[in-house]
Design a binder for this molecule. Structure first.
Ligand SMILES: Nc1ncnc2c1ncn2[C@@H]1O[C@H](COP(=O)(O)OP(=O)(O)OP(=O)(O)O)[C@@H](O)[C@H]1O
Length: 326
């Protein structure tokens, strides 16, 4: 096992909330290895924001412990804050300033020397493909460019762990893809750990591991591939020269029951990639086309939360970094 960038044991948050207290996070355990991109998913109200806020030292836990970059989020708050970057849903750029001025202000907050700030600002602007716009007022930027600049700002002080809360929400698919390209670049070229919440299942595919939270608990945690293979089987659909014979041969030679669905011979198998070559060598029937459909992360989400992620979408509560909430 590698080094842990995030280590959480029994983390709990109970909001007093007037009459009945709300148990937003119910004693969760988590471990994120350094250098991983870690996806944190769940329906609205599952407790994701509360968890991320506790990890970022914005909220105090009611019970349990969390260490981020090796430091305790309650007892060593300043050490944690110096080592993390935050990109939250709420827009926090100063629109009157240029891209570079926004980054410089942030670099000064983190105590970077002038020379270090110059170097890092150049690097992060390059990273998010805004180097040629460094002198432009942010007011003139599109939504996608602003988001990229927010990510650049989260990276200026070279954090060990970057927290992203819904970094692509409300953006068009092309801009979403561009932002994930940048995150992918970080994953491949730096040792940064990325902890990201998202409502987009296609984005969760980019993560090394995924945790799904529901009702304040982690309901499942694994790699995207392992999660998909847990919930089901691959479906193979064939067009053949003799469907009846194909079905018989699949049963006799592969020991698998096949049936006809929507005009195609269809069978369910654990690993489609292994079975397809055998169909060609063992069936003795002409095969005109083969499609293999894998279970998706949507299927995983549905299995573990009883909802699709789209069903669970709703208005987002704005969150403000370091707003001193307790
Ligand atoms: N300040 C607060 N006081 C009382 N209850 C709160 C507070 N903040 C959140 N909650 C409640 O805690 C639970 C978890 O909320 P949280 O915002 O952490 O979930 P979430 O998974 O981030 O949801 P979303 O996807 O909508 O951001 C919800 O029931 C929510 O209503």
């Amino acid at each position: 096992m590698g080094e842990a960038a995030i280590e959480v044991v029994g983390l709990t948050k109970r909001y007093p909330s007037g009459g009945t207290p709300v148990d937003a996070v119910r004693g969760i355990d988590l471990r994120v290895e350094a250098g991983q991109t870690y996806g944190f998913l769940g329906p609205n109200g599952a407790g994701k924001s509360t968890t991320i806020e506790m990890l970022c030292t914005i909220r105090n836990p009611t019970a349990g412990t969390a260490r981020v970059a090796g430091y305790d989020v309650v007892r060593q708050r300043d050490q944690v804050r110096r080592r993390i970057g935050l990109v939250f849903q709420q827009q926090t750029l100063d629109l009157q300033l240029t891209a570079e001025q926004n980054l410089r202000f942030h670099a000064e907050l983190y105590g970077l020397s002038r020379a270090d700030a110059d170097r890092r600002i150049g690097e992060v602007l390059e990273m998010v493909a805004l180097a040629d716009r460094r002198g432009d007022q942010v007011q003139r930027f599109s939504g996608g460019m602003r988001r990229r600049l927010e990510i650049a700002r989260g990276l200026v002080h070279a954090p060990q762990v970057l927290f992203l809360d819904e970094p692509t929400i409300g953006l068009d698919p092309q801009t979403r893809a561009a932002i994930w390209d940048h995150l992918q670049w970080l994953r491949e070229n730096t040792s940064i750990t990325v902890f990201v919440t998202t409502h987009y299942m296609d984005e969760a595919e980019h993560c090394d591991r995924i945790a799904i939270m529901d009702h304040g608990e982690i309901v499942v945690e694994d790699t995207p591939e392992a999660l998909k293979s847990r919930v089901g089987t691959d479906r193979i659909a064939l067009r053949t020269d003799d469907d009846e014979l194909a079905i018989t041969r699949v049963r006799e030679r592969l020991g698998i029951e096949a049936g006809m669905h929507e005009g195609q011979v269809t069978l369910a198998v654990a690993d489609g990639a292994q079975v397809v070559p055998r169909l060609f060598t063992e069936l003795g029937v002409g095969i005109r086309s083969v499609t293999v459909t894998r279970p998706s992360l949507d299927d995983v989400f549905l299995t573990y939360t009883g909802r699709t992620i789209r069903d669970s979408e709703g208005p987002q509560a704005p969150s403000s970094p370091f707003a001193g909430r307790r």
